[in-house]
Design a protein around this ligand. Sequence first.
Ligand SMILES: [Zn+2]
Length: 177
Amino acid sequence: MYLPKSFRQITVTFMKPLTEQEIRAAFVNCTKGEAKRLSVPRDLAERPWGDLDYLGWRDPQAPDRAYLVAELDGGPKALALRGSAGAVGQARRSMCSMCLTTHSGGVSLMVAPKAGRAGQQGNSVGAYLCSDLACSLYVRGLRDAGIGARLPETITLEEKIGRTVANLAAFVARVTG
Ligand SMILES: [Zn+2]
């Protein structure tokens, strides 16, 4: 399979555990007030940080609201997203644009308002993501998406992780750019 060189050049760094305060301060595409009020998981200490390229979660009170935080360019960056609570076409197989896992009905279109003035003017960017925001676990084989979920590839796990991080960084750049 063709793999652009840039994927191979990404050094994979493991996420350091983040605190609620660090996560709230990392949001780039919502107001400070929204970042203060939005739902952050209470079980941060129990999250498998060493196996995560990003931490993603949904608001249990409002499942169409999703969030993710990733360690990029030396600092955490968090995004507020809107995603359908259900999945794209229930029985249809779709592929996550981040980790390239194919699910039957487990991929959602997530829309992020752009950062700054562009976002205030209503501009947003979208991406198809694993509905449960668990890309990191699918890439590492720690969560199973079923038969045929992952294409047989000859690249290493590190390269798959590097590719996921590159896709994630590109998405964050589209939101902040
Ligand atoms: Zn994914």
